[in-house]
Design a protein around this ligand. Sequence first.
Ligand code: FES
Ligand code: FES
Length: 155
Amino acid sequence: MKVELKVNGQAVTADVPPNTLLVQFIREHLRLTGTHVGCDTAQCGACTVLADGRSIKSCNTLVAQMQGAEITTIEGVAAADGTLHPVQAAFKEQHGLQCGYCTPGMVMSTIDLLKDHPKASEQEIRELLEGNLCRCTGYQNIVKAVQAAQQAMGA
Ligand code: FES
Ligand code: FES
């Protein structure tokens, strides 16, 4: 089937099998491999992207469901000149990662959660990120990174 959508601001048209997952499309068709697959069962959040500005898990979404949508992946959040998004910069500065496998999904989820919850407390941040699992950090520096991003973004 033919799909038409935008990914990181670029119009994309492709013929794909109707059962193509969004994460497969992003990684295998578009070769945007910053979006990771951790569990493939919508539990870990490694595959999180933005669809029309809201975070979704791309491993349980068909690309066919995204006709006409604007998808943003981790490759699309920095400025055109390479300046990191404040959330990316905060994760870097606060060492909010170890192996980095969960990080793209954490960043995408954080960008979305800060839209609705710019002043979220530490406890709220922990609850809002519960759909994103990290097996390395113990979460403390991830929470610090989100708090630093809150500051940087003017909360
Ligand atoms: Fe999608 Fe884990 S790979 S939630
Ligand atoms: Fe390794 Fe989160 S930094 S899984």
